[in-house]
Design a protein around this ligand. Structure first.
Ligand code: HEC
Length: 159
């Protein structure tokens, strides 16, 4: 697992690489990526209770399909059906909803990063990403995380 105590230069380099990566896949307007969250994560500054979390649920068919239902109810409106950040309600937001199909492939896309982001949302950063810690159980958050990590791929038949 990636150490949270990465050198400072690397913590700056990774968000830059993420931006380059987004340009590479055709998302290149300045509002479509929000790097503050990556920088905080890479510097090891997320609250301690999230730091080393690993998804405790098995990636069973049931957990993935429950995660899909939850994703469709809670996330799709902003992040889009395939996680591309292209949901209807997200179009006017600045920064725009993240492309989760891409996030999950980044070095920052760990279980801890997802659990922290879903639990606390964008309040610390002043973004529209809601905090789901009060609305969803831990189990539900982990099911959604499984869906993003595995279900997107299964649904699209890509890897
Ligand atoms: C009201 C619109 C909205 C809804 C609903 C929403 N999000 Fe977000 N989300 C955002 C925005 C805007 C951002 C970018 C700003 C940020 O990271 O705080 C974001 C960022 C994220 C990130 C950070 C990814 C990255 O690469 O930085 C994750 C993970 C995420 N959302 C997952 C979810 C999941 C899972 C759900 C459903 C449980 C959800 N979001 C529901 C708007 C939304």
């Amino acid at each position: 697992m990636l150490s949270l105590r990465v050198p400072y230069t690397l913590s700056l380099l990774l968000p830059a690489m993420a931006i380059i990566g987004c340009q590479h896949i055709g998302i290149n307007d300045s509002n479509s990526i929000f790097v503050g969250r990556y920088t905080q994560y890479m510097r090891g500054n997320i609250p301690n209770q999230y730091a080393d979390l690993i998804n405790p649920l098995p990636a069973s068919t049931e957990n993935i399909s429950d995660g899909k239902k939850l994703y469709q109810m809670q996330c799709q409106v902003c992040h889009g059906a395939s996680g591309g950040g292209d949901g209807l309600a997200g179009k006017q937001l600045v920064p725009r909803p993240a492309n989760l199909a891409f996030t999950r492939r980044l070095p920052v896309g760990t279980d801890a990063f997802f659990f922290w982001t879903l639990s606390e949302g964008g309040k610390p950063f002043g973004t529209a990403m809601p905090a789901f810690g009060e609305r969803l159980s831990d189990k539900e958050i982990w099911q959604i995380t499984h869906y993003i990590n595995i279900g997107f791929t299964l649904d699209q038949g890509t890897s």
